[in-house]
Design a protein around this ligand. Structure first.
Ligand code: 5GP
Length: 200
């Protein structure tokens, strides 16, 4: 059985950078590719970064129950297709889902032993500095993101693990530790234990 890792974070926290390392270094991880109705940004490609689709198509799939979870984030739909779990299981991988807090709540109800991880910035000042440094957004968008960050952060208590991304290398090491520890849980070690027992 694949482990389902859910990772959420306020915008600008560094979640994507942390996940890039996990993608590079852990071949046992599969990364869920969401459906979204937002337009591709920059070099993003359909079927690679997201499945980009129309509002009508998304709503039809949602009504047909195709999504494990879905949410409206900043005015666009985002959803995880049920088949992502089967895809990861068939590849013998654990699945990482980069989804927002609303999606994490839905998933927690449907997959009881999903592992929920929340990434936080060290504080508001540093988050603001990072948002300004990437100079991608207008000042009013930055203000909005900071307000949303606060609202999301107050929901930290649905998550199992908290990563504070103060120093990137430390946050990356913490994520690896969480993944490793979850894989070593007794309930997930039945196979190896039985092999050891069988050798006696
Ligand atoms: P972006 O548009 O910047 O790629 O993503 C915006 C937000 O949508 C991020 O917080 C990301 O975690 C969230 N998101 C991406 N895919 C999904 C999904 O399938 N479900 C949910 N609930 N949120 C998603």
């Amino acid at each position: 059985m694949s482990i389902l890792f859910v990772i959420s974070a306020p915008s600008g926290t560094g979640k994507s950078t942390i996940l890039r390392d996990a993608r590079r270094t852990d071949p046992q991880l599969a990364f869920s590719r969401s459906y979204t109705t937002r337009a591709p940004r920059g070099p993003e490609r359909d079927g690679v970064d997201y499945h980009f689709t129309t509002k009508e198509d998304f709503e039809r799939r949602a009504a047909a129950g195709e999504f494990l979870e879905f949410a409206n984030v900043f005015g666009n739909y985002y959803g995880t297709h049920q088949s992502e779990i089967e895809r990861a299981a068939a590849a013998g991988c654990d699945l990482v889902m980069d989804i927002d807090v609303q999606g994490a709540r839905q998933l927690q109800k449907r997959v009881v032993d999903a592992v929920l991880i929340f990434v936080l910035p060290p504080d508001r000042t540093e988050l603001e500095r990072r948002l300004r440094a990437r100079s991608q957004d207008q000042p009013e968008v930055i203000e909005r993101r900071l307000r949303e960050a606060k609202a999301e952060t107050t929901q930290y208590d649905i998550y199992d693990y908290i990563l504070i991304n103060d120093e990137l290398d430390a946050a990356v090491a913490d994520l690896r530790s969480i993944i490793r520890a979850e894989r070593l849980r007794r309930k997930r070690m039945e196979g190896p234990v039985q092999r050891v027992l069988g050798s006696f």
